[in-house]
Design a binder for this molecule. Structure first.
Ligand SMILES: C[S@@+](CC[C@H](N)C(=O)[O-])C[C@H]1O[C@@H](n2cnc3c(N)ncnc32)[C@H](O)[C@@H]1O
Length: 279
């Protein structure tokens, strides 16, 4: 692609037509993304450790009642949650399709002897197995899947849980994604960062599709030296609580409980919604 492709782009982006999501699973990108996961300066890819510690405490004490449990973390990233939960006595498996994150998680597991299993795989095509007490999918990733893929993940999760097992999903709230879709266009220059090791310009446009209730962010990464353009997009499906009640019931879950946020933690941004589903 080149600059004239940007000039001649279509006025509106249709959700999921211009790309699925940012290339978490591309080796070089995943290596750069790992730096963002590990950074304690921001909460962009994973939250800072002090917040993760508080989430893990809530999962261990409030959700699992301190009972040693079998856990599956879908989209586990570098394994920050499962490694901590394993140290508290749980038997943990993490899945992610980012090669750098899974390599990091496996190395940490060896050094810290946490006994976790890490699998590098796309959640859409993986058989989740069975016998889990808790399956988790957190930090808004559920919203990034197309509706049929999200439904399939819920069905596979339901099958993977023990009869009294639970699913913990942290979603982006409807209002957060609506705002995300209506955000103004913008650009920034980088000397090297998430999108390239070399200097680049990143131009972003956001779109809200009222019919699909989905937000799309279209990104152009322009290499400063060559002017070459790479296009990416990410998409987020917004769900109301009613949508989620119906969807989880259709996928076999008997009961669902919503929390406006991680219980006990003060974040009044309204950006996230925590959902606990019983099999
Ligand atoms: C926002 S990060 C959150 C990571 C981790 N849950 C945390 O909170 O630290 C989302 C993760 O989902 C993973 N992911 C996204 N789509 C995926 C897919 N289709 N299959 C497997 N992993 C996926 C990404 O690679 C990334 O590590």
């Amino acid at each position: 692609m080149n600059l004239s492709d940007i000039v001649n782009r279509s006025e509106k982006a249709i959700p999921w037509r211009e790309g699925e999501k940012i290339p978490w699973d591309e080796p070089a990108f995943s290596q750069r993304m790992l730096r963002e996961h590990l950074s304690q300066e921001h909460d962009a890819a994973s939250r800072r450790f002090e917040i993760i510690d508080q989430h893990v405490n809530w999962i261990h004490h409030a959700l699992l009642k301190e009972q040693p449990s079998r856990l599956l973390d879908l989209g586990c990233g570098p394994g920050f949650y499962v490694s901590r939960l394993a140290k508290l006595g749980h038997s943990c498996t993490g899945v992610d399709f980012s090669p750098a994150s899974i390599e990091y998680a496996k190395k940490q597991n060896e050094v810290q002897h946490t006994g976790c299993t890490f699998i590098q795989h796309d959640l859409r095509s993986l058989d989740f197995g069975s016998g889990y007490d808790l399956v988790m999918l957190i930090y808004g990733e559920f919203n990034t899947f197309r509706k049929p893929d999200a439904r399939n993940i819920l069905i596979k999760t339901h099958e993977a849980l023990k009869p009294d097992g639970r699913l913990l999903i942290e979603l982006n709230s409807y209002s957060c994604l609506h705002g995300f879709g209506l955000a103004a266009s913008g650009w920034h220059a980088s000397q090297g960062g998430l999108f390239s090791d070399h200097p680049y310009l990143l131009m972003e446009e956001s779109f809200w599709n009222e019919e699909m209730k989905a937000a799309t962010r279209r990104m152009f990464v322009i290499d400063a030296a060559s002017g070459d353009v790479q296009q990416m997009a990410d998409n987020h499906q917004a769900y109301s609580e009613d949508d989620l009640r119906i969807l989880t019931r259709e996928c076999g879950f008997s009961r669902v409980e919503f929390h406006a946020n991680w219980p006990g933690l003060c974040d009044d941004s309204g950006d996230y919604l925590l959902m606990v589903c019983e099999k």
